[in-house]
Design a protein around this ligand. Structure first.
Ligand code: MSP
Length: 509
């Protein structure tokens, strides 16, 4: 029976246009999903949009349209971006959909009936910009914008009751919060007494939200609503068998939404009686050209900028770069220079030249037909061994969601193939021993094919082109055996997969 693997991205707010941050989490989730499909796992990959809340209401008012119309326009922008990248998501959820509203209201009613939600009056500092009550300390430190003193009656979720259980859970499940530094951040946060969570907003202040089923004067706090999407989509309360098969999830998020995912969400699940997610992995942030991204600094990497880079070298390369250099464990800087340099070094040079070299030699000495090897000698066996080490490295990295590690393992193997050619020198060997040359070129091509099969989730379009050039009848996206070439097959026409990028062009970019 295949293993089930459920991966999610955050739901993106519909008050902002997609940018490198949203593209990053979604592309790396796609890559992870594709590796799991390659392993024959039953994958469910979810992304979507977070559509309620004050900012959406205000943005719609400003544009003179209804909040729903505003959401429809913005949700479409995200859908367009994902279809531009041929994303393999299995579902796209919007929090304004009926299926979701029903789940949220059901969970709220259930928690209210169980006494997990109570009504109370509270006076405190409220950040209008962030839509939450903040502590006295946060207020004094000036951490939040647009802060007002508010006295209000609201509904509260008894989050504080779960503090001990949550701390124990984190200690007992080392893979729950990753990476380690984020886990420590949450354990640090949990040293302070946990407060109850205000989960309502009075309609007179905010009407664009899901109405509380037990009090029509209130709507649900946007996070309490949005987090539940992760159980709505796989069928919670709608298709129990399906839900049991798919849940629990691996949540990929950015470091800024760690507390909501590692404190609010697990305690909500505990109260509801749903098992906790397998993992919450919080990555760092992209900065741009050495600074925090900002529209006013002119370094904001929006959709148009992303597409400009993709037009230059291919959409795949953007994916590859996100995975290889992305801010998984700490922040990373996106610089054009480094992006195109990495392209030239890894793809044009290491991988691209290797393809050229091997194909040219096979055309020259064997008329473009895949040669039949005789017995593999030690040096050829070493290539097989190295392919296994590479695959092992990919799987270990995949288990810890370490995409930087996956890319490095495969590129390490690509360098190994280049060194194999330098050692065996088939261009010289062909003059004295054509039989031995067959084995060398077969081994080199078999190794290249194996590397390409593992590179597929990182570079799906380019590797599909590669496999059609190879003409060996392989299905890209499946895991391939090293020894799977069919001798006697005629190679397809050679194309430059990764033409060198002229770094001079950067000056005008
Ligand atoms: N709507 C909430 C999430 C709800 S999940 C139930 C939200 N949306 S967001 O659109 O503001 O942010 C989505 C994600 O984008 C977050 O994970 C955030 O960390 C990420 N990024 C925003 N800017 C980023 C960078 N500059 N770099 C990397 N990721 C960043 O929060």
């Amino acid at each position: 029976m295949s293993n089930s693997f459920y991966i999610t991205t955050p739901l993106y707010y519909v008050n902002d246009r997609p940018h490198i941050g949203s593209a990053y989490t979604t592309l790396i989730a796609d890559i992870i999903a594709m590796y799991h499909r390659m392993k024959d796992d039953d994958v469910f990959f979810l992304t979507g949009t977070d559509e309620h809340g004050q900012k959406v209401q205000q943005a719609a008012e400003k544009n003179g349209i209804s909040p729903q119309e505003h959401c429809d326009i913005y949700a479409e922008r995200f859908r367009e971006l994902w279809s531009y990248f041929n994303l393999s998501n299995d579902d796209f959820i919007r929090t304004t959909e009926d299926r979701h509203v029903k789940v949220v209201q059901h969970v709220l009613q259930d928690l209210f009936d169980k006494g997990e939600i109570y009504k109370d009056k509270h006076e405190g500092w409220y950040s209008v910009a962030d839509e939450l009550f903040i502590t006295e300390k946060d207020y004094e430190e000036g951490k939040y914008r647009d802060v007002r003193r508010i006295s209000e009656t609201n509904y509260y979720f008894k989050m504080s009751a779960y503090q001990e259980r949550l701390i124990n859970y984190i200690h007992d499940n080392p893979k729950f919060i990753q990476p380690e530094n984020r886990k420590n951040e949450i354990l640090g946060f949990l040293k302070q007494p946990l407060k109850d969570l205000c989960i309502s907003r009075p309609k007179e202040r905010l009407s664009w939200g899901i109405e509380l089923p037990f009090d029509k004067d209130y709507v649900t706090y946007v996070w309490f609503d949005a987090l539940l999407n992760y159980v709505t989509a796989p069928g919670y309360l709608q298709d129990d068998d399906r839900f049991q098969k798919i849940w629990p999830a691996v949540h990929l998020i950015g470091k800024d939404i760690l507390t909501t995912h590692c404190v609010y969400w697990p305690t909500m699940l505990m109260a509801t009686g749903i098992p906790l997610p397998k993992t919450v992995f919080a990555h760092g942030w992209w900065t741009s050209e050495g600074q925090k991204m900002s529209k006013s600094l002119g370094n904001f990497i929006d959709l148009e900028t992303i597409q400009m880079h993709c037009d230059n070298v291919g959409k795949d390369v953007y994916r590859y770069y996100m995975a290889k250099e992305g801010p998984l464990f700490s922040d990373s800087d996106f610089s054009k220079e480094r992006f195109y340099q990495t392209y030239n070094t890894d793809l044009a040079n290491d991988f691209g030249n290797l393809v050229n070299r091997i194909f040219k030699l096979i055309f020259k000495y064997f008329d473009g037909y895949i040669p039949k090897p005789s017995s593999f000698e030690e040096k050829d066996q070493a290539m097989i061994k190295a392919s296994k080490v590479c695959y092992g490295g990919v799987i270990v990295s995949l288990d810890s969601l370490n995409l930087n590690g996956i890319a490095s393992s495969i590129m390490g193997y690509v360098s190994f193939i280049n060194r194999y050619l330098e050692k065996t020198e088939p261009w010289k060997l062909a003059k004295t021993d054509l039989e031995a040359t067959k084995t060398v070129l077969y081994s080199a091509l078999a190794s290249l094919r194996f590397a390409a099969s593992l590179l597929y989730p990182l570079l799906p379009e380019k590797m599909t082109e590669f496999f059609s050039m190879l003409n060996n009848g392989d299905s890209p996206g499946t895991l391939m055996e090293w020894d799977g070439l069919k001798p006697g097959t005629e190679l397809g026409e050679m194309k430059a997969l990764f033409p060198r990028f002229d770094m001079q062009l950067l000056e005008n970019m």
